[in-house]
Design a protein around this ligand. Structure first.
Ligand code: TRP
Length: 460
């Protein structure tokens, strides 16, 4: 039984943890990123690989992360150091926490820019800009926004300010209240959007696009993208779930809460895809259009459905809240560390991290306009930030977390903390955590970097 106390207080209940973790998980990753990643990777096969990654790697790592967090009851860096001492691992395990803090800061730097797009679209929807619009108008509208660094910086700034405000207020009042009613509302609106998609006449095409796999298109890169997306969408691999787990009541079931969050997150992503692809196909848009896809698609739906102005406005506002509840999770590890180790007050720590993130975010803003010609490795500056975080830092963090929970921690500690006995469900968790997740992660990494091919050719 773990009976440590967190310095930052605790969730008032198990439900509060589920809501907060769902708030972190459900965000732009589900509604903005999942559809365009699916489109860029050709549809069905990507979705299936994504689902396999969520189940075989995402769920066990999610449980592992929540478990480490609750056992350590500290920020990810300190939790990893403490647990590693207890389990006689090396002090370098705290690097997992440092990597997570870094990943969170880097992700938020571009995340808040994209969240800024949502502000701009909320206002344009209210103003009726999209009423009756055709796909050319909507696509031009997006390009015009991208071409305006001033606008992008303005919204980016507002979003960071909102994030800093909530994180500064602390666990109980801040994080918890923000998500209680808004996630269910977003879910309902998505269902309504799916219902609208059913009326387009392209619903079956959309479903076929999303679920009919064409494995001939699949490369090592597709699999890495799918796994990176699973980590990103579930908020895994960077200590955020560890930080939230640190506030989890002692008697809450980690398996059940984790399963609920993973299910909610995956449902929202799938619903977003099912809502969006019929509209993409109906309007002859390119599914591989990239990060702008959702912003070039949803306005078309809102512009043509009855009551679209009200509905669209509500939808974008809820999307802002979804992004907001994710952004607080992105800086929570860094803020908790500053509060615990450097004696800063929460508001100060949040403001300090906010400034760093804001400055970094300017790089993403400029990568869509003034610096769009600067490309290297994965593409634009934004593409590189995205690749470095989603496809490298998060899966690497996940790999280390799985290895720690599966191999370094002794079995009795995990049995004690997971509180699910040592039956069938525990057996599956342990097997996935020890073998499946680490092996899959290593193979996917090597395969994507082409090293597997290299090894094969030297062996032959
Ligand atoms: N899962 C979030 C989304 O889908 C993004 C995210 C990635 C995140 N890592 C995180 C959110 C850590 C909170 C904490 O939008």
């Amino acid at each position: 039984m773990s009976r440590r106390q967190s310095l930052h207080g605790q969730w008032s209940s198990r439900l509060a943890f589920v809501l907060a973790a769902t708030g972190a998980a459900v965000g732009l990753g589900n509604i903005w990123k999942f559809p365009y990643m699916t489109g860029a990777n050709g549809g069905g096969a990507f979705v299936l690989i994504y689902l396999a990654c969520v189940l075989a790697i995402g769920l066990p790592v999610f449980m592992a992360e929540a478990m480490l967090g609750r056992r350590g009851r500290r920020n990810p860096i300190n939790a990893m150091r403490l647990l590693s001492e207890e389990e006689s691992g090396g002090t370098w395990w705290q690097l997992v926490g440092w990597m997570g803090v870094l990943a969170g800061i880097l992700i938020l730097s571009y995340y808040s820019v994209i969240a800024g797009w949502t502000f701009s679209y909320t206002i344009d929807t209210v103003r009726g800009v999209f009423v009756g619009a055709d796909s050319a108008t909507v696509t031009d509208h997006f390009s015009a926004l991208m071409a305006s660094p001033g606008q992008l910086v303005l919204w980016h700034t507002i979003f960071i300010a909102l994030t800093v405000y909530v994180v500064g207020r602390g666990v109980e009042q801040g994080l918890e209240k923000a998500v209680k009613y808004l996630m269910p509302a977003l879910f309902v609106l998505l269902l309504a959007l799916v219902a609208y998609s059913m009326t387009t006449g392209y619903f079956m095409e959309g479903l076929r696009y999303m679920f009919k796999p064409d494995f001939s298109q699949v490369t090592g890169q597709t699999v890495l993208d799918a796994m990176g997306q699973a980590f990103f969408s579930l908020s895994l691999g960077m200590g955020a779930i560890m930080a939230y787990g640190a506030y989890l009541p002692d008697d809450a079931s980690i398996a059940e809460t984790s399963f609920t969050v993973v299910l909610a997150d995956t449902s929202v992503a799938l619903l977003a895809g099912v809502a969006i692809f019929p509209i993409v196909l109906l309007n002859g848009l390119n599914p591989g259009a990239g990060p702008g896809l959702v912003f070039q698609t949803l306005p078309l739906a809102f512009g043509h459905m009855p009551g679209g102005v009200v509905f669209g406005t509500l939808f974008f506002i809820l999307l802002i809240f979804a992004a907001w509840s994710s952004s607080i999770g992105l800086i929570e590890p860094a803020v908790a560390r500053l509060v615990e180790n450097h004696n800063l007050t929460r508001p100060r720590a949040a403001a300090l991290i906010g400034v760093v993130v804001w400055v970094l975010g300017l790089l993403t803003v400029l990568s869509f306009n003034e610096l769009s010609h600067v490309t290297f490795l994965a593409g634009s500056i934004f593409d590189n930030l995205d690749f470095l975080t989603s496809n490298i830092l998060l899966p690497l963090g996940g790999l280390l977390i799985a290895v720690f929970a599966g191999w370094v921690m002794c079995k009795s500690s995990t049995v004690d903390e997971l509180e699910m006995g040592i039956g069938f469900r525990y057996g599956i968790w342990r097997f996935l955590t020890r073998f499946v997740a680490p092996l899959a992660l290593v193979v996917i990494f090597l395969n994507a970097t082409g090293m597997l091919g290299l090894l094969r050719s030297t062996n032959a």
